[in-house]
Structures are given as structure tokens and as C-alpha cells.
Ligand binder design. Structure first.
Ligand code: G3I
Length: 355
């Protein structure tokens, strides 16, 4: 199956809301099983000030994921106390509206408070990390059913930079950072789904091969030590100019399945900075790369959940980090700035139905 054509996607746009307008060749067969649960990462700023944002969360999400409120930078900016206020706002809302909750994240090299980045011994690092995980996972035991335990532990390019991402946890604990984090999370909430989350796992080339291989090695290593790990989170910040590695993904997913590992899409969005300024072409490009990615990720059967990193083009990190040269606003997410579904929305729906 090739990429979507302009004509086929124009058909899709004309029949927006009815994915029937998409050509059969790009869509999966619909099965009678339950749709894949759909999650949305929630940003506190818009959550507080924009009622339309809250309405979209209620309308579309099965799962809510606090985007930043559970990160160390927000929970632990003050060494003397934990500040759960932001996370609790989102979590109370999720409970009130019958949504399940994913937790993001317990260990990351980035967005840590200064006092954490200043840790210089393995003993202190382990103590602080374990205390944090025990306290946070325990607080939300029975409420947060799935955790991104470690986030982005792979080096951007493992072929050139060594396997692991440098940062406070790695520099003090080495690869033990993963063992410590997963073991502490599992001890504290044995029922929670524990996930290793990372980006750049889906494309063609030696860097991506190396990243996939490193994930497999982490999982095998944890399993060899009887430390629970249940899922791999594909962040899926997709670049339309990069091709999805369909056979590479199929082989990777098969190996993960053999290891008993579930597949999650955790942060889907499209980095549209190099796509046409023309909105129709741009939305075709965004929907097309989403379809190519979902074709790969569903190729070995149902997946556990699919979350997008936000819901509306009005609020996205991509507008800060990947500004377009022509100054046009980015369009990375399933709903446009006025909360209207785009073709990307239809594609996600159709794949969810195929689960
Ligand atoms: O809280 C302040 C607010 O008071 C202030 O008005 C505002 C002005 O810019 O900044 C706010 O903090 C920002 C925060 O997002 C909330 O919007 C931080 O500066 C900013 O660094 C932070 O960025 C987040 C980033 O992770 C770092 O934590 C992005 O929203 C978030 O989308 C991004 O998410 C990451 C995932 O966790 C991991 N994978 C990649 C993904 C995208 O970078």
C-alpha cells in the first residue's frame, strides 16, 4: 500500500466525519472487537482557562494523561515538599468524567528541578529516585492504571553517543536507573501497567534500528532479573518527510510480543513544519503519515491504547519547537484550532475500530 494520494484524501476531507470516503487500500478492516482506548495528554494552562478544551476532553477521551503535571519539574520544584495540586486537578476531573488515567513520567533526564540535577552520588540518586517513585505511585495507586516509568532513556543516536541518554540519573546510576525505577514502581503498585516510553522508534535507518534494539535489550535485561515491565510506549512524534519502516516495525513488534510486551502509542502528533502551507495539502500530509504509522503499529494485531499529545492545534509543543519558516500556525493534532476534526482524526478513528 502506498501513500495517500491527494485525490483520495480530498475525498476524505469532503466527507469529513465519515471515514468511508477514504480509499479502502489505506484503511484497515473493521473488526467487531472493542475500539482501541483513546487518550489525550492534558496541559494544565488550557485545561484551566478554556472550557472548549475541557469539553473536547470529555467528548473524545477514554484516557487522560497529565502532560506535565506529574513530572519532577512540577511535583518537586521545591525540595522540601511534593506539590500534587496540578496533577490532582486533572485527575479529579478524569475521575469525575469516568476516564482512566495514564501517568507520565517517573524518570526523565529532562525537566528536573535544579536540586535534582545537582545530585552527584549514586547513593543520593537512588534514595531520591526510590522515595519519589514510592510516594507518587502510592498516592495514585488504583487511580493511575498505567505509568511511563522511564522516559527517553535511549541516547538520541546510540551509534554515536553510547547507548544511554546522559543526565542526572544516568550519570549517577548508569543502566541501573531502569532496574531501580521499574522495581520501585512494581513494588508500590503491583497492579499498574509499567511502560518504557521513547521516541524515534518507527523510521528507516541504522539510528532507528539501534534504538529498537536497545529497547529489546532493556526489556530482556529487566525480565532476566524478574523485574516487571509490561509495555513499550511509542511516542510517535511523526515527521512526514521520514518514511516509516514497515518491515522493521513488524519485526520489532513481533519480538516485543514474544516477550509478552504490550504496545502503546503514547504521544502521537505530526511535526508539520516542512509540509505545504496549503491547508488541504498540509492536512493530507498529516493524515497520511498518521495512516502509515498506524498501519505499521497495527500490523501485528490489536494494540493497548493510543494517545495524542494534546487534542487541538490551538495548544501544542510543536508550535514552540518546530515553528514553520513561513510563519503559518502548525497543525499537528486531530482537531483544528476551532475544535473541528481533521482528516487525521478520521484515520485514528478508523484504526481504533480495527483493534
Ligand atoms: O508552567 C509555565 C507557565 O507558568 C508559563 O506561563 C509558561 C510560559 O512558557 O511556561 C510553563 O511551563 C512550560 C510547560 O511546558 C507548560 O506549558 C515549560 O516552560 C515547558 O518547558 C514545558 O514543556 C513541556 C516539555 O515536555 C518539558 O516538560 C511541553 O509542554 C510538553 O509537551 C513536553 O512533552 C514531552 C514529553 O514529556 C516527552 N516526549 C516529548 C514531549 C515533547 O517535547
Amino acid at each position: 500500500m502506498g501513500r495517500l494520494t491527494r485525490r483520495s484524501v480530498l475525498g476524505g476531507i469532503a466527507g469529513l466525519g465519515s471515514a468511508a470516503a477514504w480509499p479502502n487500500s489505506v484503511l484497515p478492516a473493521t473488526a467487531a472487537r472493542k475500539k482501541t482506548p483513546y487518550g489525550i495528554a492534558v496541559e494544565l494552562g488550557p485545561f484551566r482557562k478554556d472550557p472548549l478544551y475541557r469539553a473536547a476532553l470529555i467528548k473524545y477521551a477514554d484516557i487522560l494523561v497529565p502532560m506535565n503535571a506529574l513530572k519532577w519539574g512540577q511535583l518537586r520544584y521545591d525540595k522540601a515538599r511534593f506539590d500534587f495540586s496540578g496533577a490532582d486537578e486533572i485527575i479529579e476531573f478524569a475521575k469525575r468524567h469516568g476516564k482512566t488515567i495514564r501517568g507520565h513520567n517517573l524518570l526523565w533526564y529532562n525537566y528536573n528541578p535544579k536540586w535534582v540535577d545537582a545530585i552527584t552520588t549514586a547513593r543520593d540518586a537512588e534514595k531520591v529516585l526510590v522515595e519519589h517513585i514510592e510516594r507518587v505511585v502510592d498516592r495514585y495507586r488504583g487511580t493511575i492504571s498505567s505509568w511511563d516509568v522511564v522516559n527517553e532513556v535511549l541516547a538520541h543516536n546510540p551509534l554515536e553517543q553510547g547507548r544511554w541518554r546522559k543526565g542526572v540519573w544516568f550519570s549517577n546510576l548508569g543502566a541501573r536507573q531502569m532496574e531501580i525505577a521499574f522495581a520501585a514502581a512494581a513494588r508500590t503498585d503491583p497492579a499498574a501497567q509499567l511502560v518504557i516510553n521513547d521516541y524515534d522508534l518507527e523510521n528507516i535507518g541504522p539510528r532507528f534500528d539501534a534504538r529498537r534494539e536497545a529497547i529489546l535489550q532493556i526489556i530482556r535485561n529487566l525480565q532476566d532479573q524478574n523485574i516487571p515491565v509490561h509495555g513499550v510506549g511509542f511516542q510517535a512524534h511523526l515527521y512526514p518527510e521520514r518514511e516509516i519502516d514497515q518491515p522493521g516495525m513488524a519485526a520489532f513488534l513481533q519480538k516485543l510480543q514474544q516477550l509478552g510486551i504490550k504496545i502503546l502509542v503514547t504521544e502521537l502528533d505530526v511535526i508539520d513544519w516542512k509540509l505545504s502551507r496549503n491547508l488541504i495539502k498540509r492536512d493530507i500530509g498529516t493524515a497520511s503519515i498518521t495512516a502509515e504509522f498506524l498501519r505499521a503499529i497495527y500490523s501485528q494485531g490489536p494494540i493497548d491504547s493510543i494517545s495524542t499529545w494534546g487534542i487541538t492545534d490551538r495548544y501544542s509543543w510543536i508550535s514552540d519547537v518546530f515553528k514553520r519558516k513561513d510563519g503559518a500556525p502548525n497543525r499537528p493534532l486531530p482537531l483544528d484550532r476551532n475544535y473541528q476534526p481533521k482528516p487525521m482524526f478520521d484515520i485514528i478513528e478508523k484504526y481504533r475500530e480495527s483493534n
